[in-house]
Design a protein around this ligand. Structure first.
Ligand code: GDP
Ligand code: MG
Length: 734
């Protein structure tokens, strides 16, 4: 039997996920919608022997086509046609939330409203007449408190009743759009329904509205399905637009939005909503805001919060990181004792366990940082930070909305550039948007973290949190400077205004935090098991082939033989005995290590790295680092994986998996200056392949993607050379 589909729709922060979790419990899973990095959350629940399939739509304020979230929400509603949509409305923010409700009405899907956050509304002294609201909208309305599961049963019951009996007679009210729009709207609606344009997906009135709003997606689909009719509808839209421009100096979308808000305002004033008194909670949150968004205290508090976050992330993860690394080493050892030396063993131990294990070993740090970010996000703090930094952003030619793009891209370490680039869609000015997109890559995404963790652990172990804080400040400063540079040269143009609401502070729930953290961490681990695994194997192969030619190999074999003959001589033995160490074996290992190094330099990867040394020696990188950086283009974690493989291959015959950090710290070619330079280079150079592709798509041209490849790498190189040469002049780390 096919189970019924229920969709949860609502504004961000209305409590969708909380409700979803309360309903489905553990019976849920997360994936991405094809082609976009918007999460698709699905779950199941049963009631009275009936199975329900439930999907948590991305939070949106509207159903326009401005963001991937809106497009996805719309697509699920129209293409998968849920039997019922549960619209979650924040009762403490009724006017804004009902805006989406009205748009959902127009899609014609039977609806049940969950009037959520009733506790917050009550604490603020808001009194809502639920019965009246339900009567006026002609849909079931159930009061809920999602975080504690109150009202869940009643809600599900209402939903299943709608599924079984259909929406009641009459349906929700139709919103009038006034004397300018309504006549045209009706005319368009008639034309659309008689031609059946897109009628398998959308109600005719909805399609007409989308034409009037010049919705690119729908107009595009219309053109494809019926070019002539579409042209006619577009002409009608153009006529209304022109008329409105002349008479009211506005656009159809403006009028449509005005009438929706007007409808809501009238509805609420008609007796649905009563405000009793200003609540203390609001007052308290205002008082907190005054400190947290203060011009001077605000940024200081933000830095302090980040420092504390990094401090706990690094110190709490220390032990689990050691366990994981020990575990991988033990696994390598196990394989070693059961497999004879050869390519397969080398692939398993050095290529796979060394490579991917090297990355996975740092997962605990990432999990702790994700947890911290989830807390800052859920509590409402991040919105304050955006609000506070708006002025700074404007100074550098960016926009308040650039903040979220930066955060998503790794502003607090641990994000990802791909959704970061996509988050710029909320920016309407194309130059501000490009400037943001081109600088998001400087943020410290989750892929860079293992590189930082490795090098900080090996060379700056005493100042982990401080280093991480410094790196965060460097990446923001670089992003600001480069944005300013772009906005005063190739991306000139005015700043656009920024409107942002401050959501109330909330105490995040443990369950919400765990789920948010788990989702992100899982995506990270999955990436390690797929893409990174493949690239690690590729680079292992590049480091193993071609093999040393027979003539060179014979030279090393001869040296080993000669050595073996010598240590069996009696006087050598006494030398070894006197020094009290197995000097013979050690010397033999030296020869083997030399052979391995020669083989590595002879391989494809080795040759490439050596060729690059002509340039990279100015910033102190040797050929192994070069190979790692080339690999890092596929994903910056690969820097760790390649270094790990390269350094284990350069060593002796046994496939020892000593932690890479210890190996680097002991290597004379490395010092804190080299490590710091490599960190900066990794931070700044070309964004990984996936983000470059995403950038090309979002910017609408490959020119900008190529620009970012060349520009970022040049910036990285210049900074690396300056830092390395400057450091040497000052005598650091030589
Ligand atoms: P979503 O963005 O719509 O998925 O919202 P979430 O479910 O993530 O909820 C946002 C925040 O509101 C979380 O911190 C929840 O714990 C909190 N929350 C959700 N429902 C309620 C509620 O009914 N009352 C209160 N006080 N908080 C809630
Ligand atoms: Mg959510």
């Amino acid at each position: 039997m096919k189970s019924d589909l229920i969709a949860l729709a609502g504004n961000p922060n209305a409590g969708k996920t909380s409700l979803f979790n309360a309903i489905t419990g553990a019976r849920q899973h997360v994936a991405n919608y094809p082609g976009v990095t918007v999460e698709r959350k699905e779950g199941y629940y049963s009631q009275d022997g009936h199975d329900y399939h439930i999907v948590d739509l991305p939070g949106t304020y509207s159903l326009t086509a401005y963001s991937p979230e809106e497009l996805v929400a719309r697509e699920v509603l129209t293409e998968e046609r849920p039997q019922v949509v549960i619209n979650i409305v924040d009762a403490s923010n009724l006017d804004r939330n009902l805006y989406l409700t009205l748009q959902l009405f127009e899609l014609g899907i039977p609806m049940v409203i969950a009037l959520n956050m009733m506790d917050v509304a009550r604490a603020r002294g808001l009194e809502i007449d639920v019965v009246q609201l339900s009567q006026k909208l002609n849909v079931p309305v159930i009061a809920t408190v999602a975080r504690s599961g109150v009202g869940k049963e009643a809600l599900l019951e209402a939903a299943s009743r709608v599924i079984e009996e259909g929406a009641g007679p009459g349906g929700p009210p139709q919103i009038p759009y006034g004397p300018d729009i309504d006549p045209v709207l009706q005319e368009m609606e008639a034309k659309i329904s008689s031609a059946g344009l897109l009628s398998d997906l959308y109600p005719a009135r909805w399609t007409a509205l989308k034409y009037l709003e010049s919705d690119e997606e729908i107009v595009g689909k219309g053109r494809e399905a019926a070019p002539e009719l579409s042209a006619e509808l577009e002409k009608m839209t153009a006529r209304v637009s022109e008329h409105l421009k002349k008479t009211l100096d506005t656009y159809p979308e403006g009028i449509i939005a005005d009438y929706r808000y007007g409808f809501i305002s009238a509805l609420l004033k008609s007796g649905v909503l009563k405000q009793k008194h200003e609540a203390d909670r609001l007052y308290l949150s205002d008082r907190i805001d005054r400190v947290v968004t203060h011009r001077v205290a605000g940024p200081a508090i933000m830095c302090l919060i980040l420092y504390i976050l990094y401090y706990f992330a690094f110190s709490f993860s220390d032990t689990p990181v050691k366990w994981l690394q020990g575990g991988f080493a033990a696994l390598g050892g196990l394989i070693e004792t059961h497999l004879s030396p050869g390519l397969l063993r080398s692939l398993l131990v050095r290529g796979i366990i060394g490579g991917v294990g090297g990355i996975l070993g740092f997962v605990p740090i990432i999990v702790f940082i994700f947890l911290g970010i989830a807390f800052l996000e859920d509590s409402g703090y991040l919105a304050r930070a955006a609000f506070m930094l708006d002025r700074v952003f404007r100074t550098f030619g960016l926009h308040g909305s650039s903040f979220m793009a930066y955060i998503v891209g790794g502003g607090i370490a641990g994000g990802c550039g791909v959704p970061g680039v996509m988050a710029t869609r909320t920016l309407r000015s194309s130059n501000e948007r490009l400037a943001t997109m081109l600088t998001v890559g400087f943020m410290n995404c989750g892929a860079k973290l293992p590189v930082y963790a490795l090098l900080i652990g090996a060379f700056f172990a005493g100042h982990k949190a401080r280093m991480m804080m410094i790196l965060t400040l460097i990446s923001w400063s670089m992003a600001f400077l480069v944005a300013k540079f772009l906005r005063t040269t190739i991306l000139r143009g005015p700043n656009t205004p920024f409107l942002l609401e401050l959501p109330p502070y909330r105490l995040p729930t443990l369950r919400g935090l765990v789920i948010h953290t788990w989702e992100r961490a899982w995506l990270y681990v999955r990436k390690a098991g797929t893409v990174l695994l493949a690239v690690s194997i590729l680079f292992w192969a590049l480091m193993n082939f071609p093999r040393l030619p027979a003539s060179k190999k014979a030279l090393f074999d001869a040296r080993k033989l000669a050595f073996a003959a010598r240590i069996s001589a009696p006087e050598e033995k006494t030398v070894a005995q006197r020094s009290g160490s197995p000097a013979g074996a050690a010397a033999l290992e030296t020869i083997e290590a030399a052979e391995n190094r020669a083989a590595l330099r002879y391989s494809f990867a080795g040759r490439m790295g050596l060729a690059l040394e002509h340039i990279t020696r100015f910033c102190g990188f040797d050929w192994r680092t070069n190979v790692a950086l080339v690999g890092g283009v596929a994903g910056k974690e690969i820097v760790v994986s390649v270094l790990s493989t390269a350094y284990s291959m350069g060593r002796t015959g046994s496939e020892k998996t000593e932690p890479l950090g210890a190996v680097l710290a002991a290597d004379p070619a490395w010092n804190p200056l080299v490590a710091f330079t490599l960190i900066l280079f990794t931070m700044l150079y070309v964004p990984c392949v996936v983000s470059v592709v995403c950038l090309a798509k979002e910017a609408g041209s490959w020119r900008w993607a190529m620009f970012s490849v060349v520009f970022n790498t040049s910036v990285a190189f210049v900074v690396a050379v300056l830092v390395y040469q400057g450091g040497r002049l000052l005598g650091i780390g030589i």
